[in-house]
Design a protein around this ligand. Structure first.
Ligand SMILES: C[S@@+](CC[C@H](N)C(=O)[O-])C[C@H]1O[C@@H](n2cnc3c(N)ncnc32)[C@H](O)[C@@H]1O
Length: 261
């Protein structure tokens, strides 16, 4: 069902994120990070589900560089689905992609619908990791991979005051969980060969580079596009993000596991 009832991201934020992270990306590291978390996973010719496709950059990469046979991207914001369709058309991959606006909740697909499932930095929006892991397992064919990146909590229970300040400044609907929770969720769903790779150290430097770009090389162009007030607010968000990442409270992480064949 198409709905904008869940809209959190808007044009200004999107312009800023794409300026930082490249066309089609709402998350850091772009194609390099995708290639890292997909290391050893062969998607050639496979049907792939992408949970939280955003602007579609990941789906383009999966088709063009990883040879995925058919990518189904789902998101909860209609206008993002429209943007994905536009990107797919511009890059001539519409015959190998499908983008669907869904309601948050159970994945609207039959059992064993996909040969692989991926997601880049979107599961952070889905609070119930156990339900999500069980549902991903259900829609995967036996022997299929689930390979993703996400932003994890470096704490159990309450965040530090600084992390809380970052979350409030960011203002997005996040449902963070720790690596322990992810591992338990994947194990109890039935996944095997679970590999969880922490990317906090990488992102500590990356976040600083992003902050420097926002305040430097990208500043004038972005200010004329999104306005100085919005840009200054986002720079403040990045300052808080850097503290949270330095404290180890916020931990970008790669996840890879398999449904037994
Ligand atoms: C940080 S963005 C990442 C987008 C994209 N994967 C990327 O890396 O550029 C998170 C995306 O997840 C979507 N999202 C949030 N909750 C979702 C849900 N329950 N199901 C599917 N997508 C969801 C958001 O609308 C947003 O597009």
């Amino acid at each position: 069902m198409s709905t904008d009832a869940h809209q959190e991201y808007d044009d200004n934020l999107m312009a800023l994120l794409e300026a930082l992270w490249g066309e089609g990306f709402m998350s850091p590291g772009g194609t390099d990070e995708i290639d890292r978390y997909l290391a050893g996973v062969d998607l050639r010719g496979l049907s792939v589900l992408d949970i939280g496709c955003g602007l579609g950059g990941i789906d383009l990469h999966l088709v063009k560089q990883h040879g995925a046979g058919k990518v189904t991207g789902i998101d909860i914001e209609t206008w993002l689905i429209d943007r994905c369709n536009g990107l797919a058309q511009r890059h001539g991959i519409s015959d190998r992609t499908e983008f669907i606006c869904v309601e948050p909740g159970p994945l609207p697909f039959a059992d064993s619908s996909f040969e692989a499932v991926t997601s880049k930095d979107s599961i952070i929006h889905i609070a119930d990791k156990h339900a999500l892991a069980a549902d991903v397992y259900r829609v995967l064919e036996p022997g299929g991979w689930f390979a993703a990146s996400d932003w994890l909590a470096g704490y159990e229970g309450e965040p530090s005051a600084e992390m809380q300040a970052y979350l409030e400044a960011e203002g997005l609907d996040f449902g963070l969980a720790s690596a322990n929770t992810y591992r338990q969720a994947l194990e109890s769903a039935g996944f095997v060969d679970i590999d969880i790779v922490d990317r906090n150290e990488w992102y500590r430097q990356q976040a600083r580079d992003e902050r420097d770009q926002l305040g430097g090389a990208l500043y004038d162009g972005l200010a004329s596009q999104v306005g100085t007030e919005f840009l200054e607010h986002e720079i403040e968000v990045w300052d808080k993000l850097i503290v949270a990442v330095d404290q180890g409270q916020l931990r970008p992480t790669h996840l890879r596991c398999k449904k037994p064949g």
